[in-house]
Write a protein that binds this ligand. Structure first.
Ligand SMILES: NC(=O)c1ccc[n+]([C@@H]2O[C@H](COP(=O)([O-])OP(=O)(O)OC[C@H]3O[C@@H](n4cnc5c(N)ncnc54)[C@H](O)[C@@H]3O)[C@@H](O)[C@H]2O)c1
Length: 448
């Protein structure tokens, strides 16, 4: 089977490299000329552990190629993956422009039977739209004779462990409307389905909704936990003890119950918004999802509130060290990262920021390089020099055991705002730091 993947972002490039690694002949098509030129030189423009090596080795072996030419991607190739972005539109709905543009491209160049696999996260009903779009394009060319199938195959990889997740998926969801399409996808994924049955077959709409339901469930856990964290803080309880207490229940488990600065990244925020918007379109009041989003929007600013209160309501002229820019560790992705909301609020209030991140420095430079109230520091120690306080926005491993003595001598004031509960309050206090965290407070209000 010859495979083409449209879109060389976090999803498309990883999928392409992993399929090529198992021996498939893979062509990647992207409209971003500079990205394709870099990939042709063996350089990747995003950080994902293990990906660069996989891309380089398979490019050298000749089974992974990159092009901006749609014709090269479509002609004579069996499987066409659509893995382009589906960002939030102005009203929060998923913007399908890129997905439908790829459908047009495929229709314009296809010459024989194709299996079109929608891997992008798309609202329920998009499979039908893609099919109609391609049918229209074929009609314009007088080629209604060409047979094609459109299937849904949502992606569940996690940035930071995307290569591993793709190599060893825990499930492969396929939404199909014909037995032939199911058979082709079973064949395609056979190398990933050896140690147990991972393929779950369903109709296209259910597959599309499965992806949103999964992300919204995880986002709900995070928002729920952040709500309990706020309660804990106001009631004089410790959210970290509560987390242990509930996580030990196997029905709940420990995953996605970390309190913090809210969920960010390229998926949860936009997918929650898109499902709310889908619900609005059918006049269904998705009250749980709306509450999840509202809590998250507030959560992104919990540290800013604490910072402002600590400095007596005015942070203008202050300098803050910021550790962590990516929306989570092991990625350089800053899309909707809580660090961004924090920095932007501080700038708005007249403060400046000295930031460091192990992997997201280039991305931050691309986004905010023009600002003179931001200094990007090559090391985490440099970011501390002369700072009024340290803010921790991402729980990178390298931030976990800091040299408190060095920190104290570098900073103007010994204050830490820990947005990820990385530090033990007892240890920080022993080193003379005033520590603010999420959901932990020494304040014990009188109750009843
Ligand atoms: N990033 C994740 O962790 C993740 C996980 C699961 C699912 N998804 C979903 O997968 C999809 C892709 O996400 P991503 O993070 O890889 O996006 P991305 O923004 O990193 O990459 C998208 C790529 O598509 C390219 N593109 C846009 N229009 C194109 C066209 N007409 N033809 C060819 N290429 C085109 C862009 O240039 C870009 O390189 C989204 O729907 C997202 O919701 C993402």
């Amino acid at each position: 089977m010859k495979v083409t993947i449209f879109g060389t972002g976090y999803v498309g490039l990883v999928q392409a490299a992993v399929l090529a690694e198992t021996g498939y002949d893979v062509v990647c098509v992207d409209v971003d000329q500079s990205k394709i030129e870099a990939l042709q030189q063996g350089e990747i423009t995003l950080f994902e552990p293990g990906l660069e090596k996989l891309v380089r080795e398979n490019s050298e072996a000749g089974n992974l190629r990159f092009t901006t030419s749609p014709e090269m991607g479509v002609r004579g190739r069996d499987v066409q993956f659509i893995a382009v972005g589906t960002p939030s539109g102005e009203d929060g709905s998923a913007d399908l422009r890129h997905v439908l543009a790829v459908a047009d491209t495929i229709a314009a160049h296809m010459d024989d039977r194709k299996l079109i696999v929608v891997k992008s996260t798309v609202p329920v009903g998009t499979g039908d739209k893609v099919r109609d779009q391609i049918a229209r394009g074929l009609k314009e060319r007088g080629r209604e004779d060409i047979i094609f199938d459109v299937v849904s195959n949502p992606e569940f990889l996690k940035e930071g462990s995307a290569v591993d997740d793709c190599m060893r998926p825990d499930r492969i969801i396929i939404g199909v409307s014909s037995a032939e399409a199911e058979q082709s996808l079973r064949e395609l994924y056979a190398p990933f389905n050896r140690n147990r049955e991972k393929i779950i077959v369903m109709d296209v709409r259910s597959a599309e909704l499965t992806k949103y339901a999964a992300n919204c469930m995880l986002a709900t856990r995070i928002s729920f936990m952040n709500e309990i964290a706020s309660l804990a803080e106001m009631l004089g309880a410790d959210i970290e003890r509560v987390r242990h207490g509930i996580g030990s229940d196997p029905r709940i488990g420990y995953q996605f119950i970390y309190p913090g600065l809210g969920y960010g990244g390229s998926c949860f925020p936009k997918d929650v918004r898109a499902l709310i918007q889908t619900s609005e379109e059918i006049r269904f009041g998705a009250s749980v999802l709306k509450a999840v989003e509202e809590r998250n929007n507030r959560q992104k600013l919990v540290l800013v509130d604490k910072i402002t209160r600590h400095f007596g309501g005015d942070v203008s002229g202050r300098t803050f060290a910021l550790w962590g820019l990516a929306f989570k560790p092991n990625t350089d992705d800053m899309r909707e990262a809580p660090a961004r909301a924090t920095m932007e609020a501080l700038w708005q209030a007249g403060a400046s920021v000295q930031a460091h991140d192990p992997k997201a420095m280039n991305e931050c430079r691309r986004l905010y390089g023009h600002r003179n109230d931001l200094v990007l520091c090559e090391t985490k120690e440099m970011a501390l020099q002369g700072a009024d306080a340290l803010i921790v926005a991402t729980e990178w491993k390298s931030f976990r055991v800091p040299d408190f003595g060095m920190m104290k001598s570098a900073m103007k004031q010994a204050v830490i705002f820990d947005g990820r509960n990385v530090y033990d309050p007892a240890i920080a206090t022993r080193h003379g730091f005033e520590l603010y965290s999420v959901g932990r407070s020494a304040h014990r209000p009188q109750l009843g």
